[in-house]
Write a protein that binds this ligand. Structure first.
Ligand code: GRF
Length: 222
């Protein structure tokens, strides 16, 4: 069966990109990376793409005639590569409503909190400030309002005594690396579908679980 073609958009380190590179390296995984685009020249994630032998490009937001030009260049590159699902992975630009609408139901993002709590930047700092005992990460569809689209999958990560933002971020990031490939697999398999603004997941897997909790030691996978 044809594998779903992914376009990965990054701005920096690209560790979530790496988790998708590793997942897609398995020929049985139902998706493949057709293109990696960075809006920042020299981003570490571009080196990861090059090392993996993947098509990659830099499309800088400043050099393409403002947001409209930037997004037109993105669109052209994604189309030329035959991308079917766009995965934002540490992509630090807000995308315009027309662009997001064009990719409605075909663009996802990973965010380092249990949405709808702690949208936006500095989520871990705000988690610690609020004193919540559980946080995590979310893969969700992208809609024009930031960090607000239908949720595909989440992983829970406990906040521990003595945590600071860096320690917490590292544990949440490890959860992101497990969650993102799971979420992409669910979508690529057609087991997760958008229905009436929410994502429904078939309970067809061996575990039948729609929640991934990598921190519980049991390694529950969908
Ligand atoms: C991740 O924490 C992701 O949730 C957020 O930005 C970070 C990107 O990290 N959107 P990386 O570039 O994937 O290493």
């Amino acid at each position: 069966m044809a594998r779903l073609k992914l376009g990965i958009l990054i701005s920096g380190r690209g560790s979530n990109l790496q988790s998708l590179i590793d997942a897609t390296a398995n020929v049985d995984y139902p998706a493949e990376i057709a293109l990696v685009i960075s809006n920042v020249a020299g981003a570490q994630g571009l080196i990861r793409a090059r090392t993996a032998g993947l098509p990659h490009a830099t499309i800088e937001h400043r050099r393409n005639g403002g947001r409209a030009g930037f997004e037109a260049a993105l669109q052209a590159a994604l189309e030329a590569a035959g991308v079917e699902l766009v995965c934002l992975a540490g992509f630090m630009r807000l995308l315009s409503e027309p662009f997001v609408t064009r990719w409605a139901g075909r663009m996802i993002n990973v965010h380092p909190s249990l949405l709808p709590a702690f949208k936006g930047l500095k989520a871990h700092e705000r988690v610690l400030e609020a004193g919540v005992k559980m946080t995590g990460c979310t893969v969700h569809f992208v809609v024009p309002e930031m960090d607000s689209g239908p949720i595909v999958a989440q992983a829970a990560v406990p906040v521990l005594a003595g945590d600071n933002a860096d320690r917490l971020a590292a544990r949440v990031l490890a959860a992101e690396h497990r969650l993102y490939p799971v979420a992409v697999r669910l979508l690529a398999d057609g087991r997760a579908r958008l229905v009436g603004g929410r994502v429904e997941i078939d309970e067809a897997g061996p575990s039948g679980l729609a929640l991934l909790n990598p921190s519980d030691g049991a390694g529950l996978m969908l």
